[in-house]
Design a protein around this ligand. Structure first.
Ligand code: AP5
Ligand code: ZN
Length: 214
């Protein structure tokens, strides 16, 4: 399957991805994770992306389209993929359609993580991540077994630079202005399934499974 996850910051896209990936053997392409890795490695891409990311603004369409164009051609992504955080503008969505058309494939489903803005600050400010794997934890909702350490590797957890109340405001603004139209774009194609993203992680997972099972 070729899936797209759309939702505001903190809505649970990254949290649900590993389960969907395991269940359906898909490759997980998260543009935010890829960009953060590029920033950490100080690659030319990372250097260009850092300023916008720190401010909570979207990076340019060209940069992210380039990343995805390269990634979806990989052999490991031929059977299907989960796009987490892409497309985020209508231009990106149109470009994705034409990339897939060239491969003779198309998007199967768009999962819309529907959630009120008011619950997102607590989710974002309590999040801790394991940068190497992209695993995320939450001090209250999903605490690691040992505080501050990744359950799998035992390595240190960190907080994202954009995970504070101030930057969250800009990220939400970008979501409503630039990404909400993408939901409309896929709605017209009849591809959108709504998720009640305010539920517990387990409930959201079962909702996803019932949407995706034939
Ligand atoms: P990105 O990394 O994509 O960030 P985001 O969209 O803001 O989404 P988040 O990762 O914050 O949220 P999530 O839904 O994954 O939440 P999670 O599951 O971790 O993008 C970062 C930046 O990169 C952008 O601002 C932009 O600059 C740039 N960028 C990326 N893609 C781009 C693109 N296509 N175009 C242009 N620019 C781009 O959950 C959050 C917390 O809540 C966790 O602590 C988790 O444990 C907890 N939690 C999760 N689910 C639940 C639940 N059901 N109940 C309680 N707690 C929960
Ligand atoms: Zn994420």
């Amino acid at each position: 399957k070729r899936l797209i996850l759309i939702g505001p910051p903190g809505s649970g896209k990254g949290t649900q991805s590993p389960t969907i990936k395991e269940e359906y053997c898909l490759c997980h392409l998260a543009t935010g994770d890829m960009l953060r890795a590029a920033v950490a490695a100080k690659t030319p891409l990372g250097i260009k992306a850092k300023e916008s990311m720190d401010k909570g603004e979207l990076v340019s369409d060209d940069l992210v389209i380039g990343i995805i164009d390269e990634a979806i051609k990989k052999p490991s992504c031929q059977k299907g993929f989960i796009l987490d955080g892409f497309p985020r503008t209508v231009v990106q969505a149109e470009k994705l359609d034409s990339m897939l058309e060239k491969q003779g494939t198309k998007v199967d489903k768009v999962l819309n993580f529907d959630i009120a803005d008011s619950v997102l600050e607590e989710r974002i400010t309590g999040r801790w991540i394991h940068p190497a794997s992209g695993r995320s934890y939450h001090t209250k909702f999903a605490p690691p077994k040992v505080p501050g350490l990744d359950d799998v590797t035992g390595e240190l957890l960190i907080q994202r630079k954009d995970d504070n109340a101030e930057v969250l405001k800009s990220r939400l603004e970008a979501f409503h202005k630039q990404t909400q139209p993408v939901i409309e774009y896929y709605n017209k194609k009849g591809l959108v399934a709504q998720l009640h993203a305010e539920g517990s992680p387990r409930d959201v997972t079962s909702e996803i499974k019932s949407i995706l099972s034939p």
